[in-house]
Write a protein that binds this ligand. Structure first.
Ligand code: HEM
Length: 293
């Protein structure tokens, strides 16, 4: 845990222990309300991230407060829809062939991003057609969230590019912001998993022995960081905080150091990922198709 606290300037805690992360994720007073908090750098950081992860004045679900109108109902509806779709994708349907071919053929000229984007996009719109432009839009959005890009992002040219990227993707998923999140932000964790799968496949002994469930498990990566803000004073891992403190939950770092797989989707918490069953099923399906298992 690292607490950067300069009164009046910054108050941010980075949390990388699973037990602390789960305590925070289950605490009602640590939320995603993101009011007009002080100090200065906290509000700048929140404003920058909300600027990227909102569209037409509406926040993406991953930045919405726990009690935001409709959030929980939509989360639950998407969870049920994706769980219903999971058995089919687990069975390695023909739709997964482009991804399977990408893994088998190791052709460096073929980008995996658009292939994954099409699979995820079709969960939200059956006619979603990914191409270089839609994938470039996802990369623009991810790049604008990368740490260290704060100053660059203040330039209106960058802001315009990000807004256009969101507009393009929103128009392709019927304006559903869970869909925009999926094809522009969450997708990068899935792409990372498929790159890992390609490495596994290259090892012929692994290829012949690894069961689809195991392959899927080895290709899951958690988001780098998710955000919370304290709405009242408290303590985590012996570290006191006050209302307004930002907490950066470093899920992937925590998972890698501890092997705690609950970090991946925060499945037993109010913010659980609606794709917590669908993503593993999809990875399983790809491995099954690649290996004819
Ligand atoms: C490897 C892939 C993925 C991982 C590791 C992942 C992980 C997560 C995590 C940890 C959260 C909680 C964020 C927080 O606590 O603030 C979350 C939220 C969310 N995820 Fe995923 N996700 C993945 C893919 C997806 C996909 C493919 C979709 C959609 C099809 C999706 C939709 C969502 C949505 C809508 C939320 C917000 C839930 C809410 O609080 O209302 N995710 N995801």
């Amino acid at each position: 845990m690292e607490h950067k606290h300069i009164p009046g300037l910054v108050d941010v805690i980075k949390v990388d222990q699973p037990a602390d992360i789960l305590q925070i994720a289950r605490d009602d007073t640590l939320d995603r309300v993101f009011g007009s908090g002080k100090p200065l750098l906290n509000s700048l950081l929140v404003r920058r991230i909300l600027g990227v992860l909102s569209y037409n004045g509406h926040r993406f679900p991953t930045m919405s407060a726990r009690k935001a109108i409709g959030r929980e109902i939509q989360q639950d509806a998407l969870w049920k829809k994706l769980n219903t779709a999971a058995p089919n994708i687990r069975a390695a349907p023909a739709d997964l062939e482009p991804l399977a071919a990408w893994i088998r053929e190791s052709n460096p000229d073929v980008a995996v991003g658009p292939l994954v984007q099409q699979i995820i996009g079709r969960l939200f719109s059956p006619t979603f057609e990914a191409d270089d432009n839609t994938w470039a839009a996802a990369e623009v959005i991810a790049a604008s969230l990368a740490p260290g890009n704060a100053v660059r992002n203040l330039a209106s040219k960058v802001t315009g590019k990000v807004t256009r990227a969101k507009a393009l993707l929103a128009s392709m998923v019927g304006g559903d912001l869970a869909g925009v999140h999926a094809v522009s932000v969450a997708i990068h964790n899935v792409v990372r998993g498929l790159n890992q799968m390609r490495c596994l496949y290259l090892d012929t002994s692994v290829r012949q022995t690894l069961a689809p469930e195991m392959a899927s498990e080895r290709c899951l990566f958690a988001p780098g960081v998710v955000l919370r803000q304290a709405t009242s004073n408290g303590t985590v891992g012996g570290c006191p905080y006050t209302a307004g403190t930002l907490l950066l939950l470093e899920l992937e770092k925590a998972r890698q150091a501890s092997g705690d797989e609950s970090m991946i989707f925060l499945a037993d918490t109010w913010s659980r990922c609606p794709a917590e069953q669908w993503v593993p099923a999809m990875l399983e399906g790809v491995w099954r198709r690649v290996t004819n298992a």
